[in-house]
Write a protein that binds this ligand. Structure first.
Ligand code: ZN
Length: 383
């Protein structure tokens, strides 16, 4: 507006506001940036919370090529959160108090800290478990577990300790007296002599009952880590599952126990460790359609996923599952290995196996930053 003799007159309040709004539209093209000063070797991906023009976005997905910053939208106000993933690294969380989204370009630096490593104690309880070790199956089981959680799972090394043959250890307490069975009867050879763990478990399916766990921990146990007992058969309560099944015992303080039948598929150890990491006894096939034709519209997983309940082709894990493995406060990294509260990760969350996309604590379990291979040449795309 030009008035004679007065030169330019500022526009009215509404007009000025509109001018600022246009400028802000301009600023929105200078995206917010995430930089990774100490990581240049592989792709990076983030799930981001923030407000953009008054609308809240939860777990919005962005990714970047190796050595590149991630360019995002211009998030304009909090609440904010960034969960960052990269190969070979534990995921990193930046919470709301470490982020300030503004109308300007915001630059966030994230340092990855490499992988975490956990030791797992391995006990060979029965003769068929020892045979399996000698046949070389055992190394492949442990290799697969570490592959799933370190390489595919981005940054958790599963370090199986050298297996210990305990088949000859007697079923006795600290004073050398025979242990009792679930009915209170001493476990003996019939002439009052204690028998070995190998002899007992050859004919006794391992279950997660309190009596069973007390007995096996007398035979062999290392504190503050997962203990995997390779035995003949496992049972769930009174139901014998057999030698091709594994078990994770969820009830604290026995959530450090996994039992493996002597004839399990090679992918079962990584699966049982997955139960323990996420503190979740359910299977992903329960929240999908359990067959090979399961389409993306109908479900989120197939038998390629590590937490499928019946599979011999478990090779993938989603970022939603990885997040739970590291950060679920009831998982074993927090509860047994002390990596959570006060530990090196220190952002424990309360996660369930939910598929909803709007929950603040944890992304949905099916969240993928990168495609996962599916059955029969299919692909589960990022979501
Ligand atoms: Zn299972």
């Amino acid at each position: 507006m030009w008035n004679k003799g007065k030169g330019w007159v500022p526009p009215g309040f509404l007009g000025l506001g509109f001018l600022i709004f246009l400028l802000q539209l301009g600023f929105s093209f200078s995206e917010d940036v995430i930089q990774f000063p100490n990581y240049t070797t592989g792709e990076t991906g983030v799930l981001v919370d923030g407000d953009w023009f008054g609308i809240f976005y939860n777990d919005e997905r962005f990714s970047g090529a190796a050595g590149q910053d991630i360019l995002m939208w211009n998030f304009t106000s909090n609440p904010g959160e960034i969960i960052a993933f990269a190969a070979g690294n534990a995921p990193v969380i930046k919470e709301d108090n470490a982020i300030t989204w503004s109308w300007d370009q915001d630059i966030v630096k994230i340092d990855f800290n490499g992988p975490l490593s956990i030791d797992v104690a391995i006990w060979l309880v029965t003769v068929d478990a020892v045979k399996r070790l000698n046949a070389g199956d055992f190394e492949y089981l442990c290799w697969h577990a570490s592959y799933i959680w370190e390489v595919e799972g981005r940054g958790l090394i599963i370090n199986c300790l050298p297996p210990v043959d305990v088949t000859g250890r007697k079923m006795v307490d600290g004073g050398g007296r025979p242990l009792n069975d679930d009915f209170g009867n001493p476990i003996t050879d019939g002439r009052g002599h204690p028998i070995s763990a190998g002899a007992y478990y050859a004919n006794h399916p391992f279950d997660c009952g309190a009596g069973e766990l007390a007995r096996i921990k007398q035979v062999a146990h290392k504190p503050q880590m997962l203990n995997v007992y390779f035995t003949h058969e496992v049972a769930s309560g009174d139901v014998i599952a057999g030698s091709s099944y594994g078990l994770w015992c969820q009830t604290i303080p026995d959530n450090d126990v996994i039992a493996m039948g002597s004839d399990t598929d090679i992918t079962v150890l990584s699966h049982e460790i997955g139960h323990a990491l996420m503190n979740e006894t359910g299977h992903v096939d329960k929240i999908s359609v359990d067959d090979d034709s399961c389409s993306i519209a109908e479900c989120f997983f197939d038998r390629m996923n590590v937490m499928h309940g019946a599979s011999s082709i478990r090779w993938t894990v989603t970022e939603g599952q990885i997040f739970r493995a590291f950060y679920n406060q009831d998982g074993i990294l927090n509860q047994i290995y002390g990596i959570g509260p006060g530990g090196s990760l220190n952002h424990p969350r309360k996660c369930g196996t939910w598929i909803e996309t709007d929950k603040p604590d944890c992304p949905p379990v099916q969240k993928r930053l990168w495609p996962d291979e599916g059955v029969n040449g299919t692909t589960w795309p990022p979501n």
